[in-house]
Design a protein around this ligand. Structure first.
Ligand code: FAD
Length: 403
């Protein structure tokens, strides 16, 4: 294999790809460039999700089935190729990339690992094509970092089924979702068991009593819809419970470990996109009779950008490999890379605005949006303060040192 990057390959993209991955990545890159990037600014300004035509194309290309095993009509990709595709999509627009990440990393993953064969047959083929877009609903207004304090209640209906009541918050894909993996308490008010009293439920869209409420108006990632959801006596059959009724929180944490890799890939895509803009602009913009890239002050910023991108990619690949191999460090590494990638993206997008001077502050230039889009990667799927603590605590746990 040649060591020279293929024509059109970006300098910060992955090294050493197999032929199949290379083709898939080329497809994702082309799609992101031709179909996602052109509308990103308008979607941001109008606070609109990608339209149904683009969503359907994404389904046809297999993006919603990236992690669905082949036997259920998905592509069954390995973790590293999956993350590289997410990065490519986020390079074009992080909002549809977030939809793909939430769908594949969380509900698909939990169904694959904890679902019955019947549940997998019922849902995964529809999810693989994007016919059913899935959401993951753990957070509530009062339960964010402390997600185990959630209050939505699931009561047995006496016939093996469940009745759900409560209010969920911050549901990505929520209003459009054909299926929401919803977490609710299965313990009773007089006998609360924190994280050991929560179940995971498959809640199909359109059920009586289920409604999407307020759409959040956000600083960035405005092309991704985030809603509250309300459940009023939502009735579910026994086939809607995933795994054991008190282990939902454990399933959520296990899937979020993979989800955080997805968020890191998203952050990397945004950062790489902003860095490309900064490199290009610095070579074109002239002041004092020369391209601004020749001023040492900017050169050091550009150099630091390239190093941060490479460091993020290296850590992401290490974390992905650990997850694939089931290594004991996988959980710590997924926290570490989510933290590192999101802060690198924050650093890079902020400097990309600076490199563009006044134009970087104008909505005419994409770096202004990227700066806002990167910010939430430091907050969702665990705020970075939580990941800092985990980065320390999990080292002790790996060494069997108790709290
Ligand atoms: C755009 C967006 C999309 C989202 N999508 C989803 C989704 O699809 N599904 C879903 O379930 N949730 C989703 N969330 C929710 C998200 O996961 C939470 O916002 C996040 O976990 C933080 O919770 P919080 O907002 O309640 O902040 P809080 O937990 O209230 O935190 C407030 C501050 O206190 C800090 N803090 C809290 N506890 C500690 C601690 N122990 N140590 C140190 N600092 C601490 C936090 O780091 C933060 O700085 C989304 C959020 C956003 C913004």
């Amino acid at each position: 294999m040649s060591n020279t990057p293929a024509l059109g390959e970006r300098p910060f993209s992955g090294i050493g790809l197999g032929e199949e991955s290379r083709q898939l990545l080329a497809l994702a890159r082309e799609f992101a460039r031709d179909r996602l990037r052109p509308g990103a600014r308008e979607r941001d300004q109008n606070e609109e999700s990608v339209d149904s035509e683009i969503m359907a194309e994404m389904g046809d290309l297999g993006f919603f089935g990236l992690r669905v095993p082949e036997e259920y009509d998905g592509l069954g990709l390995d973790v590293i190729t999956y993350l590289r595709i997410l990065e490519e999509l986020a390079f074009g627009d992080p909002c549809p990339a977030l939809s793909v990440s939430v769908h594949n990393s969380l509900p698909v993953e939990i169904l694959c690992k904890q679902g019955t064969e019947e549940q997998r047959r019922a849902w995964l083929p529809l999810m693989a094509t994007g016919e059913v877009l899935a959401a993951f609903s753990l957070s509530e207004a009062g339960a964010g970092s402390d997600a185990a304090s959630l209050l939505t209640q699931a009561d047995c209906d006496g016939e093996g089924g469940w009745i759900l009541n409560g209010e969920k918050a911050w549901v990505t894909n929520g209003a459009a979702a054909g299926l929401t993996l919803m977490f609710a308490r299965t313990d009773q008010p007089g006998d609360r068991r924190r994280s050991k009293g929560i179940g995971a439920f498959l809640v199909p869209g359109g059920l009586p009593g289920l409604s999407a409420g307020k759409k959040e108006r956000k600083m960035g990632q405005r092309g991704s819809e985030t809603v509250t959801m309300s459940l009023e006596d939502v009735r579910l059959g026994p086939e809607h419970l995933v795994g054991e009724s008190h282990k939902g929180f454990q399933y959520a944490l296990e899937s979020l470990e993979g989800g955080r890799l997805g968020i890191a890939a998203l952050a990397l895509g945004i950062a790489a996109s902003a860095a490309e803009e900064a490199f290009r602009y610095s070579a074109e913009r002239e002041q004092f009779g020369q391209a601004v890239r020749h001023f040492q002050g900017l050169e050091w910023i550009l150099g630091e950008m390239s190093v941060k991108l490479e460091a993020t990619r290296g850590l992401l690949e290490r974390a992905a490999r650990a997850r694939e191999l089931g290594d004991v460090r996988a959980r710590r590494l997924s926290s570490a890379v989510k933290l590192f990638a999101s802060e690198a993206a924050g650093w890079i997008t902020r400097r990309a605005v600076q490199v563009h001077g006044g134009y970087g502050y104008s909505r005419e230039y994409a770096v202004e949006r990227m700066f806002r889009d990167s910010r939430v990667t430091e907050i969702y799927e665990g705020a970075n303060e939580i990941h800092r603590s985990l980065a320390a605590r999990l080292v002790y746990r790996e060494r069997n040192v108790s709290a």
